[in-house]
Design a protein around this ligand. Structure first.
Ligand SMILES: Cc1ncc(COP(=O)(O)O)c(C=O)c1O
Length: 447
């Protein structure tokens, strides 16, 4: 029924005037929740078909919809606000992917955007860096205990690759160690893709298994004085698998091993940075790397990455060429300053942990009622959840699709992201939608 008619009908049936009733005694009749139609994605599909003609792969990288149920996910966004975004079909979502990490204080955060706009009023791209770069470097080196210097770029891959070169420059060694299955970016030495690679790209790479300190030590024994650096994420976050936290003492052991063997310890905090501690994830896990790399959440979606490091690597850092057409841009740096200060002021990290905990505990609880054991792993600010003892991956895909067509955007095989803009009422709404999604998969796939 159109809203106008409904309003009129209410007026007509209103009770005739009687003696005034005390306000507190008046209780609105509980409204039956409007049955929402599941979302459809016609405009997304239309754009996707157009894109397929002019863009290789149509949507590439991890944003590709290949892992989702066709027709049940939006492919193109239109606008966003706080923890919500709207797709090109006008569907509104509570967003649990946060742009795959960058959104941390809420889309269009007024404080961050005001700082960016004020900077933009002067300009962004010049012949020179601006004072904002110096200010941000000072701010980060004050904030992050082990950091004595900072440099800036645009993507996570820019700084992770650059950090490995600094390790080589500082040590005069060639080999870089990384964990099997870890993601450090799209460059040849580490991309998970296959196209265009040659054997030489990875000739100096060594691999070990997450949490296997003995395995890492064995690499140092096997390649004495050859390992320039070890690059690792704060915890293991592969796709399609549970997230693995560091075993007790693991990080401290890695730090000591790198120190003893003269190798540079590089923390790739591109994905987790500012979601575990505002001072960086090493602060959360109680160790200190030699270089840390940031991107994603540093500027709440403004385009910026950074690496910070120890004084002992400053000479090497200044010897490794570092530049890009837009890398001095002032606007993202102003945004980063405002964003991190806001996170500090509002204790955003603690809030994210609380919201993530509500969500994960709630999903586990709701799943139980349907006989499902949901497995949540990782810190609750960057969680991953899936069906336990699963042999049918379509169940997880369908469950996420059912959440998405109800306005709760999530991913079946990638970790989710919580932001400081999510509120308990968002989580409560998602838990109710999850219950509906559990009903659907139960009916479709059984136990
Ligand atoms: C841990 C990690 N390192 C590096 C990168 C690469 O960052 P970018 O995509 O900005 O190049 C990512 C991106 O997802 C990441 O998660």
């Amino acid at each position: 029924m159109p809203a106008k008619t409904a309003k009129k009908a209410t007026k007509k049936t209103a009770a005739p005037k009687k003696a005034p009733v005390k306000k507190a005694a008046v209780k609105a009749a509980p409204k039956a929740p409007a049955a929402k139609k599941p979302y459809t994605f016609e405009k997304s599909k239309e754009l996707f078909l157009r894109a397929a003609k002019v863009i290789p792969g149509a949507i590439y990288g991890h944003q590709s919809p290949v892992l989702t149920v066709p027709g049940s996910f939006p492919y193109y966004a239109a606008k966003a606000e706080g923890p919500y975004y709207w797709d090109v079909d006008g569907n509104k979502f509570i967003d649990y992917m946060c742009g795959y990490g960058p959104m941390i204080t809420g889309y269009n955060n007024p404080v961050v955007d005001a700082a960016a706009r004020a900077e933009q009023a002067n300009g962004d791209c010049y012949n020179h860096p601006t004072g904002r770069m110096v200010e941000l470097a000072e701010f980060l080196t004050d904030l992050i205990p082990f950091a004595d210097w900072a440099v800036f770029a645009k993507n996570g891959s820019d700084v992770t690759t650059w950090a490995t070169l600094v390790a080589r420059e500082a040590t005069g060694r060639k080999k870089i160690v990384m964990c099997k299955g870890e993601y450090h970016g799209a460059h040849a030495w580490c991309t998970p893709g296959h196209g265009g690679l040659i054997d030489e790209d990875r000739a100096q790479m060594l691999y070990y298994k997450w949490n296997d300190l003995a395995g890492l030590r064995a690499l140092f024994d096997r390649y004495p004085d050859q390992i320039a650096g070890v690059i690792m994420t704060p915890f293991h976050h592969p796709t399609f698998a549970d997230l693995e936290l560091p075993a007790p003492g693991f990080w401290q052991g890695v730090q000591k091993l790198c120190n003893d063997k003269g190798a540079v310890l590089i923390l790739d905090d591109v994905r987790c940075g500012f979601r575990l501690s505002v001072k960086g994830s090493q602060d959360y896990f109680g160790f200190e790397p030699d270089i840390s790399c940031y991107c994603k959440a540093i500027a709440n979606g403004y385009v910026l990455s950074a690496a910070v490091g120890r004084d002992s690597l400053k000479n090497a850092a200044s010897s490794v060429f570092l530049t890009g057409s837009y890398w001095n841009g002032a606007v993202p740096m102003a945004a980063a300053l405002a964003n991190i200060k806001l996170l500090q002021k509002e204790n955003g990290v603690a809030h994210m942990f609380k919201m993530g905990e509500l969500l994960m505990n709630g999903l586990i609880e709701r799943g139980k009622a349907f006989g499902y054991e949901m497995i949540a792993s990782g810190p609750t600010t960057i969680p991953f959840i899936h069906f336990g003892n699963e042999t049918n991956f379509m169940r997880m895909q369908t469950w996420c699709a059912e959440l998405t067509v109800r306005g709760h955007f999530c991913h079946p095989s990638h970790n989710w992201f919580i932001s400081a803009a999510h509120q308990p009422e968002d989580i409560a709404a998602t838990l109710d939608a999850a219950e509906e999604a559990f009903k659907v998969v139960k009916k479709e796939y059984g136990d």
